[in-house]
Design a protein around this ligand. Structure first.
Ligand code: GLN
Length: 482
């Protein structure tokens, strides 16, 4: 069995039909992690005891001939921003280096209920702040397709684990692109669900109004199965919506003829790499060939998205990260003589440069005298950006754009220039600000063989339509991706 090629269905079926056992799959994945992950660095912590315990439970079900749940025996990885009971949870930060969470995030509990086996916790930018994984407090992740390049961020470890075949699927979080951008850079599928579709309980907060948990997989069907397992109202997260959860897999395989797909002109202007443009245009043509109608549209406030995002995200981060004070969680500096000195020393030692930069920026935009000029204005522009999408969705069913302006860049290429790094998020932050769902699927390769991602955005709570479009495109483009 080539475990690096396993999908959720094939892994589950192999356990169901007794070609293998869940325990043997876990053995095989840990053996692969041992040989492959040293060069990639996708994992921060392995939770072997927990994984083998769950595998034994699934094997017992299979032995009894009981019905197996939808992710039975499927080895998955979890971005280290989700809490895992009795397993180290770091958020990629030194300040939580030895933090053992006392409870499971809802998404973690739901995946295990659905039969998934959690192999370990994946590396990420510290507190999910970054676009390259180079802001991890531990070590960077390398792109499995080219080790000299970044895997994207902040969920770089989760994307790399799926791309390297060291997990069948994984969970990430997307605040400004952190699922879709690493999916594009690593050549896998990444889905950001609608805000409120998936519980944030147990997701260590970066920017609460923008944080979206979501899955990575090798195929569109795999992310649909993952979404099914984690979606739904959670009494522990009052921002989850009480709306019906459709059967997402039921929409996979349905045709796209008659669907209207918008192409926003603002996403195809200066700064878009020619190879990325060509690959995305090819993908759109395939959808036209499949019967969809492609319509030019305008999202006129797009140019304001990056500054709006970096004002709101840093403001929320400065407030959320105030809780890391050396009293309640993780690291505490032992050298201090007073309480306020202890706070200062703990935060100075525990947070990395990018996190400090954002706390300062966020505190500034919220401070008296600047609040109206920056934070309030950004909130207003956020409404305009959301209205752009509402307007567009009165005429189209889905929107297609590139996921990123370029393919994966080299490690170190942007580390000295935070603004250049922020611009890597130009096509992704808009969906987070509007709270709409979006998916990135591989749509081609550059001359150097690096993956290119195509983004499909949908209406609030209409993940089903973007999965449907993505699945048709995935099949039409399959021959270009080998
Ligand atoms: N790259 C963006 C940032 O640095 C997005 C991060 C994210 O989505 N978590 O904030």
């Amino acid at each position: 069995m080539n475990i690096e090629l396993l999908t959720i269905d094939s892994a589950r079926t192999s356990v169901l039909e007794k070609e293998t056992t869940a325990t043997a799959l876990v053995d095989a994945f840990y053996a692969r992690i041992a040989t492959e992950d040293g060069a990639i660095g996708a994992y921060l912590t392995l939770c072997k005891e927990r994984a083998y315990r769950q595998a034994a439970r699934i094997d017992a079900l299979a032995d009894k001939g009981d019905a197996l749940p939808p992710l039975a025996g499927v080895p998955v990885a979890i971005k280290d921003v989700f809490t895992t009971k009795d397993v180290r949870t770091t958020a990629g930060s030194k300040i939580l280096e030895n933090f053992i969470a006392p409870y499971d995030a809802t998404v973690v509990a739901k995946l295990e209920e659905a039969g998934a086996i959690i192999l370990g916790k994946t590396n990420c930018d510290e507190f999910a702040m970054g676009s390259s994984n180079e802001n991890s407090g531990f070590h960077p992740v390398r792109n499995p397709r080219d080790h000299s390049r970044v895997p994207g961020g902040s969920s770089g470890g989760s994307a790399a684990a799926v791309a390297a075949g060291t997990a069948v699927a994984s969970l990430g979080s997307d605040t400004g692109g952190s699922i879709r951008q690493p999916a594009a850079f690593c050549g896998v599928v990444g889905l950001m669900p609608t805000y409120g579709r998936v519980s944030r309980y147990g997701l260590i907060a970066f920017a609460s109004s923008l944080d979206h948990p979501g899955p990575f997989g090798k195929t569109v069907k795999d992310v649909a199965i993952m979404l099914q397992a984690i979606a739904g109202r959670d009494p522990l997260d009052s921002t989850t919506a009480d709306v019906p959860v459709p059967n997402f897999c039921g929409h996979i395989g349905q045709p796209v003829d008659g669907m209207k797909i918008g192409v926003p002109l603002e996403y195809f202007e200066d700064g878009l790499d020619a190879e990325v443009r060509a690959a995305v245009e090819f993908g759109m043509q395939e959808l036209v060939n499949a019967g969809a109608e492609v319509i030019p549209i305008s999202l006129p406030h797009t140019a304001y998205a990056i500054p709006t995002y970096y004002v709101i995200a840093t403001a929320e981060a400065s407030s959320n990260l105030a809780r890391f004070d050396g009293v309640r969680y993780g690291l505490r500096s032992g050298e201090a003589k007073t309480l306020s000195e202890m706070y200062r020393r703990t935060r100075d030692a525990g947070f990395g440069a990018e996190v400090k930069r954002r706390i300062m920026l966020g505190t500034y935009v919220l401070s008296a005298g600047y609040y109206d000029a920056y934070y309030l204005k950004a909130q207003r522009v956020r409404s305009l950006l959301a209205r752009d999408f509402d307007q567009a969705f009165t005429t189209v069913d889905a929107i297609i754009t590139p996921t990123t302006p370029t393919v994966a860049f080299k490690l170190g290429e942007k580390t000295d220039d935070p603004l250049a790094m922020y611009l890597a998020d130009i096509y992704t932050v808009t969906a987070d600000l509007a709270g709409i769902p979006a998916i990135s699927i591989p749509c081609g390769k550059s001359k150097e063989g690096l993956p290119i991602g195509m983004q499909i955005l949908g209406k609030h709570f209409d993940e089903a339509s973007i999965l449907r479009v993505a699945h048709v495109a995935e099949h039409a483009l399959a021959s270009r991706l080998v």
